[in-house]
Design a protein around this ligand. Structure first.
Ligand SMILES: C=CC1=C(C)c2cc3[nH]c(cc4nc(cc5[nH]c(cc1n2)c(C)c5CCC(=O)O)C(CCC(=O)O)=C4C)c(C)c3C=C
Ligand SMILES: [Fe+2]
Ligand SMILES: [Fe+2]
Length: 345
């Protein structure tokens, strides 16, 4: 059979709305073998590494997959918990809390699940399950506030690909971005303010976002502009003077130029310019993960302190904080307009 049939399409059967939250994905274990499998799938995605396929095949298989898996496994070991990878358990918690929040608003018309773009739970398995539960209308909410071709674009490709091989295609809605949603900006500002109430302020507040190659931006990816705009919106709400905050880009990979200024170089240079204390926050990450806990929480702390810094504080991501779940529930409710009926109070 050319097309697979996973939906429950008997007459009078359930007719549900599915809300699928997604994130990047993470290795199954902090071990070389799992890292190799994860990195191979992730870095083979042409949306992530946009260079000629044949050339990249050789670089990836002959160089990167022989070096990076053990290095990355060591880094993942430092953040691994009893509940597994932080990105995994935070995303699972977000799905659980969102299920509860949307259940209160819409009852069992709406089902909520989560899937990972790379690794597991895979889009194929979760979409199978949702279709089998009677989903005829599907809202996909990638947990990337800012759109990038490498993340949101790739998520769209993977969802679309799932339905190219299915007989029944649901009505589909897809959230491309929410960086300027008032509730997201409000939750970020509130989280920074709550942190500062407890710990005081610093000479500089640094907004650090995951980088991408500068080339993607030159070719039209809106990601850079959306990151700059996010920082401005949060700063406006917090009433921050222009010289009290800055935006930087982290997690550079490979030799070509990535979005600048780089987080690590900035933190190495700030103490020499008289900035002795920093607070750093990562609004592009909806959950704490390797890139925030290890790279921002540990590695960059060392750079700053070794360069003469005196105080370095990392402000955690929104994770499954109630304010974040309220943001996601609000976005979902807005996107579900016309698909669901709100329960009477
Ligand atoms: C090679 C190119 C990469 C691009 C482009 C890229 C863009 C990008 N990534 C995120 C979010 C995350 N990335 C994470 C890890 C990670 N990213 C890359 C490479 C690129 N990312 C690698 C190789 C890795 C794996 C770790 C390592 O080996 O260094 C994560 C964390 C995952 C986890 O398990 O904790 C996130 C989240 C965004 C938002 C983005 C572009 C906007
Ligand atoms: Fe990344
Ligand atoms: Fe990193």
């Amino acid at each position: 059979m050319k097309y697979i049939n996973t939906d429950r399409n008997e007459p009078g059967g359930p007719d549900r709305v599915g809300v699928l939250i997604t994130n990047l994905g993470t290795p199954d274990a902090p071990e070389k073998k799992s890292l190799r499998r994860y990195l191979k799938q992730f870095l083979s995605d042409p949306r992530v590494v946009e260079i000629p396929r044949l050339l990249w095949w050789f670089i990836l298989n002959l160089v990167i997959l022989n070096i990076r898996p053990s290095r990355s496994a060591a880094a993942y070991k430092t953040v691994w918990t009893e509940r597994g990878s932080p990105l995994m358990f935070h995303t699972r918690d977000q799905a659980e809390h969102l299920r509860q929040a949307l259940g209160e608003r819409f009852g069992d018309q709406v089902i909520v699940d989560f899937a990972m773009r790379y690794g597991s739970p895979s889009f194929a398995d979760v979409i199978d399950r949702m279709m089998a539960e009677g989903v005829t209308r599907l809202l996909v909410l990638p947990l990337y506030p800012q759109y990038s071709c490498a993340t949101t674009g790739s998520t769209f490709d993977a969802v679309a690909e799932e339905f190219t091989r299915r007989r029944s295609v649901p009505s589909l809605r897809f959230v491309s971005r929410y960086y300027d949603h008032a509730d997201y900006i409000g939750a970020m500002a509130l989280s920074i303010r709550a942190f500062q109430r407890e710990h005081g302020t610093a000479d500089k507040l640094v907004f650090s976002y995951h980088g991408t190659p500068q080339r993607y931006c030159d070719q039209g990816d809106p990601y850079y502009c959306e990151c700059i705009h996010t920082s401005q919106l949060i700063a406006e709400l917090l009433d921050l003077p222009e010289d009290s905050y800055m935006t930087t880009f982290q997690s550079r990979f490979g030799r070509e130029a990535w979005l600048q200024p780089y987080t690590d170089e900035t933190l190495k240079s700030l103490p020499g310019k008289g900035v002795k204390s920093v607070q750093i926050v990562c609004p592009g990450f909806s959950a704490d993960c390797l890139e925030t806990i290890e790279e921002i929480g540990e590695e960059n702390r060392e750079y700053f302190m070794e360069a003469g810094g005196e105080s370095y504080q990392y402000i955690p991501c929104l994770n499954s904080e109630p304010e974040h779940i309220a943001v996601l529930a609000q976005i979902a409710e807005e996107e579900l307009q016309g698909w669901v009926l709100k329960r009477l109070e």
